[in-house]
Design a protein around this ligand. Sequence first.
Ligand code: ACO
Length: 431
Amino acid sequence: MAEPSYSLVNNSTGEKIDLPAVTGTLGAPGLDVRQLYRDAGVFTYDPGFKATCSCSSAITFIDGEKGVLLFRGYPVEQLAEKSSFIEVAYLILHGELPTATQLEVFDHSIHTHTMINEALRRFFDGFHYDAHPMAMMTGVVGSMSAFYHDTTNSKDPKQREIFAHRMIAKIPTIAAAAYKKYFGQPFVYPRNDLDYCSNLLHMMFAVPAEPYEVDPVAAKALDILFMLHTDHEQNASTSTVRLAGSTGCNPYAAIAAGIAALWGPAHGGANEAVLKMLGEIGSVKNIPAFLDKVKDKNSGIRLMGFGHRVYKNFDPRARIIRDQCHKVLERLGDKNDQLLELAMKLEEIALSDDYFVAHKLYPNVDFYSGIIYKALGIPTNMFTPMFAVARTVGWVANWMEMMADPTAVIGRPRQVYTGADTRNYIPLAKR
Ligand code: ACO
């Protein structure tokens, strides 16, 4: 089949420019406009990158209209039912599901890289007692290149692999250390006999004063949540990792940039914002008045956990998590907690409201993840750090893919300049 191509016509001169299309395996092709400025003297204008592909990638596919999410071709529903976070991490990094031996070797490597340098651990002493855990994570991950010099040569595939394992293994330890600092509790060292999510729960909730048993329901819920959050194509934080990484900076710095980008309430900070919003609404009877405010454009209030740049249908991750949410709350939730009732009623009313239907606004993954985290006893300011732990896999995989691509170049967008026209300098005395 011939490659599709498109033409752009200058309506003033009649001049026609042919634009080749880059086609992938699934989804819409991308028009290759790289030579457009050279050939036609115009840029493309797309603030927010609503119609721009910044790269080709073989990791994740999303069909936002149909609500489809594939990791390396595998539907996320199948992975959530049959796989585990660590297996999906391997799949995302390597492109194929592992054999039993490959999984064992990978899992062992992750398990045996969980400790952080003691000097790096002491960085936490320097933070203010009530620093947000995301602030601490950004700073500590950004400092990792100062400790792991042997993995900063991004041109060396072996160093890249060691970096990948280290980053994925140590990020739960860093997140848990931020949590302990916030609560003024002693740091808990990782336990390599525990699986990835159980170990994170252990490092967060164990205290020296008494034994701590990880609840398997909590660990399983976290495993599924993490699996669903591993990657999501060229979202804001992943694009940030790629943009920072495209300069050739060390990989830890690129991941720190991703953590900073994830923090915002329009992205990873939404799960925290959902809980705050539910607290503000307070009770089911206040939902209609709150939704009126959301629909009033002048209020500046959004229904947090609703809407998505790509999904104009139910977020497939939200569907899976919704079921998980019920299981977790049944087992671990506070029976007197009105939060779920409020969230479910809000979801029901919003889904049948003309405004949300017309704008194709559906619950996204963060609408439910915050409720699960709360039931697991995780405080609100740790919600986004939990997301960061899971998304580290996707950031690392995207960075690795970019580094292995010989055609990758530094990311450097252009702009439409709207400032003053050229003018002459006026001496101070004459202004
Ligand atoms: N509540 C109310 N109205 C909304 C919402 C919302 N949550 N989201 C979008 N809209 C409306 C906008 O007002 C706009 O209306 P208009 O066309 O009448 O002017 C229309 O829907 C399109 O909105 P945009 O902001 O252009 O959509 P965009 O794709 O840029 O935004 C975003 C996506 C940022 C996620 C947005 O839906 C939002 O702010 N949601 C709440 C925050 C949230 O839950 N973020 C988590 C995203 S998922 C993740 O990062 C894991």
